[in-house]
Design a protein around this ligand. Structure first.
Ligand SMILES: [Zn+2]
Length: 340
């Protein structure tokens, strides 16, 4: 899922996302709550309509951003008080309020409010953090079920809206297990594994996913949040992860880092100054079909706005291409397994 923090996948227009085959994008509750405001978006018919994206949307709970404010926040059992990074104004997110904002935005998938446990976290700290996450999961889901009909459009039952729970537990497999079991009892519409890709070594990320995934129902979406590099997303998808989101393809693109079939390519490098080949010879995205490495490097050097756009389009095409390939091969495997 490409990440559209402020209601835009940075530098990439919606029609291009459609052409690339993006089926769902992410919106960030924290940012949209502060600006333009969830009530304004509700009055304009919801986030889909506001940003002109008639496809699936997922919103995070705002928790991850709020917790990364460090100096500007205060956590209690009730929720988190924080100061806006924009103007220093004071706000609070409780599980109820986070879900209320997500319902006002009208996301197809809302996320339960959780605490993303930092890394490293010692055992008492991870346990305390998990206690909050599990209590907040219950409150998020209760509020969601009671209020999901209040979406910005007419939907008496709010039946198309889903709420996912988030498994935390730091890097402790027994805490992860405990959290997964409790969330499954609550019967969410889907399950996420959060608190990964927060600075831990990659083998640990893999361990946590491998330990947690089998505890989550196979017939519901399983989502690993905030990963990863191209080879990681392929590996996790083959393990049974259904959804992932990451700012990496677009953020790296704006810094001139392209992911290609030949590995990572830093387009700023002088060696590409007169390289007339496509960014990735095996990619058939609109950028690779039309432009040369030399031109992309020139745009970057000149600080042209088109640079971020073209680099992002290629990286998104590369990521979405990986998922397309994995889907096709899983499809084939399941067909040969059933003899079809
Ligand atoms: Zn390409």
């Amino acid at each position: 899922m490409p990440v559209g923090t402020q209601g835009t996948v940075k530098a990439v227009p919606q029609d291009t996302l459609e052409a690339l085959g993006a089926q769902i994008i992410l919106g960030n509750t924290y940012h949209l709550y502060l600006r333009p405001g969830h009530e304004a978006i509700r009055r304009m018919g919801g986030l889909h309509k506001f940003i002109s994206w008639p496809h699936a949307l997922l919103t995070d709970s705002g928790g991850f951003q709020v917790f990364s404010l460090n100096e500007l926040r205060k956590v209690s059992d009730d929720g988190v008080r924080f100061r806006s990074h924009l103007d220093g104004s004071s706000h609070s997110f409780t599980p109820e309020h986070s879900v209320e904002v997500q319902i006002a935005l009208g996301a197809d998938i809302s996320m339960a409010f959780d605490e993303c446990t930092e890394y490293p976290a010692d055992r008492p700290r991870a346990e305390e953090s998990l206690r909050l996450t599990m209590a907040w999961a219950r409150r998020s889901l209760d509020y969601f079920r009671a209020h999901r009909h209040l979406v910005p459009w007419s939907d008496p039952k709010g039946c198309c809206m889903q709420c996912f729970g988030i498994v935390q537990g730091g890097m402790y497999t027994d805490l992860r297990r405990q959290c997964a079991e409790r969330l499954v009892e609550m019967d969410f519409d889907g399950y996420a594994i959060g608190g990964l890709s927060v600075g831990e070594p990659r083998e640990l990320t893999l361990d946590m996913i491998a330990e947690t995934l089998p505890l989550l129902p196979k017939d519901k979406p399983r989502y690993v949040m905030g990963v990863g590099y191209p080879d990681e997303i392929e590996q996790y998808a083959r393990m049974g992860v259904d959804m992932m989101d990451c700012v990496l393809p677009t953020r790296a693109a704006r810094h001139g880092l392209l992911f290609t079939s030949e590995g990572r390519l830093n387009i700023k490098n002088k060696q590409y100054a007169e390289d007339q080949g496509p960014p990735d010879p095996l990619c058939d995205c609109p950028v690779c079909r039309r432009y040369s490495r030399a031109y992309l490097r020139h745009l970057m050097q000149a600080g042209e706005a088109l640079s971020g756009t073209l680099n992002s389009i290629h990286n998104l095409a590369f990521y979405l291409g990986i998922m397309k390939r994995v889907r096709a091969s899983l499809h084939e495997t399941s067909h040969s397994a059933t003899g079809n």
